[in-house]
Design a protein around this ligand. Structure first.
Ligand code: BG6
Length: 487
């Protein structure tokens, strides 16, 4: 049997919500187009809204045309044939009857339950699926963030789902792990001897990980104001990137080996306390400013308040206390309404130990820059001689591998890869419960220390790079490419 074509009932709870229209259905569209989903797949949209399959399909078409150019009508028709729409009150056990009927009429190799709903519903949906006899050993469940808002709420939510599903059946999404360049980080590290030789505290001076956004909080006011940048971005995406940079090579690239290695990194992260947090973290909130010549409002205006203390920016310095990384600072930074949108990892190597050149001019550090977005590329910054007579003059110059121009292919969105991994049963790019638990433990050390010290929230003007570099980086500077600097 072709393993790529598992016959599946894909049940999407909250299937007519924003995430579903923006990410899940575009991913389905592309995978159907590539013939990677069996034609017998059923997609069952479950919603609290009252509608029907035809109206849903019309709405879906509108959304897909925003995200996909040159829509292929035949693909749309295939999707239409797969669709069911069920209007269900998820908090009423009786309501699940219609779903049960659809699933028992259409027996497939597996049922995937995708919870694209607020996480407060995860427990109740799992319970009612179980009470209606809909969970079996071939069932899978997909969980979207936020997975709790601290360690305690994560444990509770996790317990609610784990009562009905085994860990092997649970797919916790961190969409950063589905990004092509993030996966390429594993290939870069583990398929290239030259990098592995230098990948340690003897050769690397510091590591910088940035996820900078120019957008504000949009229509997620309530959620964001409760979470803030630390919990929204660092707890998951940035820590996952840090793990991939810092982990030991797994013996094989299978789910548990990779996740065991990531877990060791999370356990080695130095927790913060009230004595260190002030020097190791900066939190900020945006005020009014200009982004690409457009005036934008302050965070307080965006969320219609005047007294929110939620951080929309956070930068921090941490250490992975193990043999490989002893003493190497890892700088993490993320923020909303910053000057530009980009995400990247910068590996800053140590300087050469001695300058042999007569001019004695400064020799810059080598840098390996892994750019995740908006462009996907890898850049190695090295020193080069400036051609011509007149002695040794040199300058930094980049060897660049630009993904999109090197590979003549459309770049699949993270959700396409993740969706196929769920269907095929590969958990490597999904977070295991112990990883989430340990990342929350570390995040808790920061939030607790912030509370104890009443750490100040610094204001930054929208359209800038955020506050606090002097505190956090007395010895270093954030690497900033010239292109990002240009306004
Ligand atoms: C989400 C956060 O997980 O990631 C958002 O909740 C953020 O606040 C988004 O905007 C960023 O994702 P990407 O793929 O655009 O970098």
């Amino acid at each position: 049997m072709n393993k790529t074509l598992y016959k599946t009932n894909l049940v999407i709870f909250g299937g007519d919500g924003d995430l579903s229209y923006r990410k899940i259905f575009p991913a389905i569209y592309h995978r159907v187009k590539e013939n990677q989903l069996s034609k017998e797949t059923n997609i069952i949209v479950v919603s609290k809204n009252t509608s029907d399959v035809n109206s849903f399909f019309e709405e879906l078409k509108k959304h897909l045309s925003i995200h996909i150019s040159d829509i292929d009508e035949s693909v749309l028709n295939q999707i239409k044939k797969m669709l069911y729409y069920l209007s269900i009150d998820l908090t009423d056990v009786e309501g699940y009857d219609s779903l049960k009927q659809v699933l028992s009429k259409n027996k497939m190799e597996q049922d995937v339950f995708y919870y694209s709903t607020p996480s407060t519903l995860f427990g109740i949906i799992s319970k009612f699926l179980s009470e209606n006899g809909m969970i079996n050993k071939m069932s899978k469940v997909v969980l979207e963030k936020p997975l709790g808002s601290d360690l305690e709420s994560f444990e509770q939510l996790n317990e609610e789902v784990r009562t009905y599903f085994k860990e092997k059946q649970i797919y916790r999404i961190d969409h950063y792990l589905g990004k092509e360049t993030v996966q390429n980080l594993m290939v870069l590290r583990f398929a290239n001897q030259i990098f592995e030789l230098a990948w340690n505290a003897q050769n690397i001076d510091n590591v910088q990980i940035t996820a900078s956004e120019s957008l504000g909080v949009g229509n997620r006011k309530g959620y964001y104001d409760k979470f803030g940048a630390l919990k929204d971005m660092v707890q998951n995406h940035l820590l996952q990137l840090l793990c991939l940079v810092a982990m030991e090579p797994p013996s094989k690239l299978n789910a548990d080996n990779v996740r065991d290695e990531k877990l060791k990194v999370l356990k080695a992260l130095r927790p913060m306390d009230k004595d260190t947090v002030g020097k190791s973290t900066v939190k900020g909130q945006y005020t009014r400013g200009e982004i690409e010549d457009e005036h934008v409002q302050s965070y307080q205006e965006d969320i219609d308040t005047f007294d929110s203390t939620t951080e929309t920016f956070v930068a921090l310095r941490t250490y992975v206390d193990n043999w490989r990384w002893a003493g190497v600072p890892f700088y993490l930074r993320t923020g909303k309404r910053m000057k530009r949108r980009f995400s990247e990892i910068v590996i800053n190597f140590k300087r050469v130990p001695h300058n042999v050149f007569p001019s004695g001019n400064k020799i810059d550090r080598n840098k390996l820059i892994i750019r995740l977005q908006p462009e996907e590329k890898i850049e190695l910054v090295q020193m080069m001689k400036i051609p011509g007579p007149g002695g040794y003059r040199y300058k930094p110059s980049s060897l660049e591998l630009d993904y999109s121009s090197s590979f003549d292919k459309r770049f699949p969105d993270a959700y396409e890869r993740l969706l196929m991994d769920i269907i095929r049963g590969n958990q490597t790019l999904f977070m295991r419960e112990d990883e989430v638990r340990d990342s929350w433990k570390w995040i808790n050390s920061i939030t607790k220390s912030w509370e104890e010290t009443e750490q100040d929230l610094e204001l930054y003007k929208a359209g800038t790079w955020g506050p606090g570099d002097e505190v956090l980086l007395p010895k270093h500077k954030w690497y900033q490419s010239k292109k990002d600097e240009e306004s």
